[in-house]
Design a protein around this ligand. Sequence first.
Ligand code: NAD
Length: 261
Amino acid sequence: MTLTSKTAVVTGSTSGIGLAIARAFAKEGANVVINGFGDAGDIEETRAGIESEYGVKAIYSPADMSKPHEIEEMIRLAERTFGSVDILVNNAGIQFVSPVENFPVEKWDQIIAINLSSAFHAIRAAVPGMKARKWGRIINTASAHSLVASPFKSAYVAAKHGIAGLTKTVALEVATDGITVNCISPGYVWTPLVEKQIPDTMKARNMTKEQVINDVLLEAQPTKQFVTVDQVAALAVFLCSDAASQMSGANLSMDGGWTAK
Ligand code: NAD
């Protein structure tokens, strides 16, 4: 148990990678704030399940990551409930696939808001408390698309490159405050986010579902395998450990070798 008495806020943790990270933190003894959309009953089941399985406290924040005042309120809720936000994982994200000339402007704005600006707002709200306590861990879920592009994902690729830049900048600003700031860049992980983009990718590339999975997704990764949510979560736990206290401003790839190509 490496995170006993710590509080972790994980945005976008009702599903996929974020949920695996929240569970992994709870397993290490942290109290967690889960966030994201979904069926109210399912979310409550998840929250209560984390508490009973790991013996920690878990609360739910319904904050919409496209709304700055709700993001700040999520951080304040965590501080009021637990006394601190020690770990912040900016993980909420959405995807949209379209040729740039048809890319809906409102989708561009929404992706930049949720995938990039939300991290800025959450960091802005959480850093003063971390500085006061001289300890903090900020982890941003970036993507292989923070390093390389794919066609038809202009907003997503731009947002993820932005997250990598935000990570490095904030890491420099808080380096003497006991706070590390890193991003994790997974390759393809089989989650609802990836599954939902398949029909639009089929359309944009004129491919079948099987071709998208094999010739686009798995083809990107030299291992020819999807990354798993638990593998990403294990890296997040490592970044919160004492062994990683000198690791900051890094963009850590977990992409089966994709970005080495
Ligand atoms: P997912 O769809 O399973 O989870 C996304 C989470 O974000 C959900 O909990 C959802 O409710 C939440 N969310 C979406 N919009 C929100 C909003 N406005 N406010 C609050 N929460 C919101 O997808 P995932 O694959 O687990 O994605 C998590 C992160 O990992 C994203 O940032 C994504 O870009 C990144 N990522 C995913 C992959 C992949 O292949 N799945 C690869 C690299 C990076």
